[in-house]
Design a protein around this ligand. Structure first.
Ligand SMILES: Nc1ncnc2c1ncn2[C@@H]1O[C@H](COP(=O)(O)OP(=O)(O)OP(=O)(O)O)[C@@H](O)[C@H]1O
Ligand SMILES: [Mg+2]
Length: 397
């Protein structure tokens, strides 16, 4: 049975004004419970009447109630906001729901990626560093009486496999992978980033403690935590400090806590020493070597129609200075070139029943050369020099 929109809206208003009343009296739990009920009514309204003109307004209200709930929870740690009349079971559910309903949902992926070490081409140093620090200790913690590094920083030019490496590490072990993008986190959380950083770590710890399985907290674009904009209300400094404190917790806590923080950045020079120091391993994820480029070409052309005289070795020589993701794009571009030609050719016709569909011609080395002439490597030699210079000083394997 569904309620009329008017009724739902009235309910929402009623709960909201109750909530505000409790809020002003300092009855935090009741305030939260009523804000939540107001949200529930609005959400129902949104679901029942997805085309209503008022929906933008309702969403805005939901957000502001959510915001208020969060602020109330944070002001005294997370404490149950429950309806005193509800059963214990219901109260517990309501608390869990509120915890789950915070902003992490969009930012955090708890799914396990499905990428194997073999798919990450080259980067042997990086792979073995991750294997030694994460995979081995989680298998045999008894062999590491002095503990082992829990903070790892992957740095290097864009498109070289930093994100991919973190994903492969996660998929090689039986555990949780929490993926947060620091730049979207900072812009989305605005003034609340500091609180949310601690919530995030708390959540990760809860997973690690609950099941005794390793948890990788992967913070992509970790440099954004330090902020380049000195605007706002100095929130970035506080956020950074909060992050440092949390990292100390991870590094210092019981050796058995299987929690890791992997940070990734392509702007390592914007990180300061207090920050770097907490990532005991700092791993350079470099442009692919000649050998790696060769494997990359083999890998990314394996499903394409390639001319018999095209050799990955030669392509690897032609594309010196290109990143792994450049190479992937180049292979795609070469293939698309032949597909476009097919569509543009005067003989082209739609597939006919009983006849084999027309296929693009095989890709030649000339196609690759033509693409190279049109696209530069995405990373300049100056940038590479900057990475090397930084590495000399700060790399730690
Ligand atoms: N070492 C690699 N081996 C195979 N493929 C790679 C490798 N590095 C990058 N790629 C390809 O390029 C894509 C982008 O790589 P990835 O997102 O890991 O780069 P990144 O180093 O995290 O870049 P950014 O600094 O821009 O975040 C990958 O999805 C993959 O298809
Ligand atoms: Mg990345």
């Amino acid at each position: 049975m569904s309620m009329a929109p008017q009724e739902l809206e009235n309910n929402a208003s009623k709960y909201a004004s109750e909530a505000i009343k409790f809020d002003s009296q300092g009855a935090r739990g009741m305030a939260i419970a009523n804000y939540q009920k107001a949200i529930d009514s609005l959400v129902k309204l949104l679901q029942l009447y997805p085309n209503s003109k008022l929906n933008a307004l309702y969403k805005e209200r939901c957000n502001s109630y959510h915001g208020r709930i969060k602020a109330l929870q944070d002001s005294h740690g997370i404490e149950p906001a429950v309806d005193p009349e509800a059963s214990a079971e219901e109260q517990k559910k309501s608390v869990e729901r509120q915890e789950d309903e915070n902003d992490f949902e969009e930012l955090v992926m708890k799914e396990k990626p499905n990428i194997s070490w073999n798919e990450v081409i080259g980067l042997e140093d990086a792979k073995s560093a991750l294997r030694e620090s994460i995979v081995y200790p989680t298998k045999r913690p008894d062999l590491f009486p002095l503990g082992w590094p829990k903070g790892m920083l992957l740095y290097g030019p864009p498109g070289t496999g930093k994100t991919m490496l973190a994903a492969a590490t996660a998929s090689e072990m039986d555990g949780y992978f929490i993926n947060v993008d620091a730049s979207s986190m900072m812009s989305k959380w605005l003034g609340e980033a500091e609180k949310n950083v601690s919530k995030l770590f708390r959540m990760a710890r809860r997973y690690a403690e609950k099941e005794g399985k390793p948890v990788i907290l992967f913070v992509d674009e970790v440099d954004s935590l330090l902020g380049s904009r000195n605007s706002e209300v100095g929130g970035e400094i506080r956020t950074k400090n909060q992050f440092l404190t949390e990292m100390d917790g991870v590094n210092g806590k019981g050796k058995d806590l299987m929690m890791y923080v992997i940070g990734a950045t392509n702007k390592p020079w914007s990180l300061d020493w207090p920050f770097l120091r907490r990532f005991q391993k700092r791993i350079y994820v470099s442009l692919p070597t000649q050998e790696a480029r060769e494997s990359l070409f083999t890998q990314y052309t394996k499903d394409l129609e390639i001319g018999a005289r095209v050799s990955s070795l030669e392509l690897a020589k032609i594309f010196d200075g290109y990143s792994a993701s450049d190479i992937k794009d180049v292979c795609q571009a070469a293939h698309l070139k032949t597909v476009h030609e097919l569509f543009d050719s005067p003989d082209y016709h739609e597939p006919v029943e009983g006849e084999e569909a027309q296929k693009p011609r095989a890709i030649t080395t000339a196609d690759f050369r033509e693409i190279m002439a049109r696209r530069k490597p995405s990373v300049s030699t100056e940038m590479i020099r900057a990475y090397h210079k930084w590495s000399e000083e700060f790399r730690a394997l």
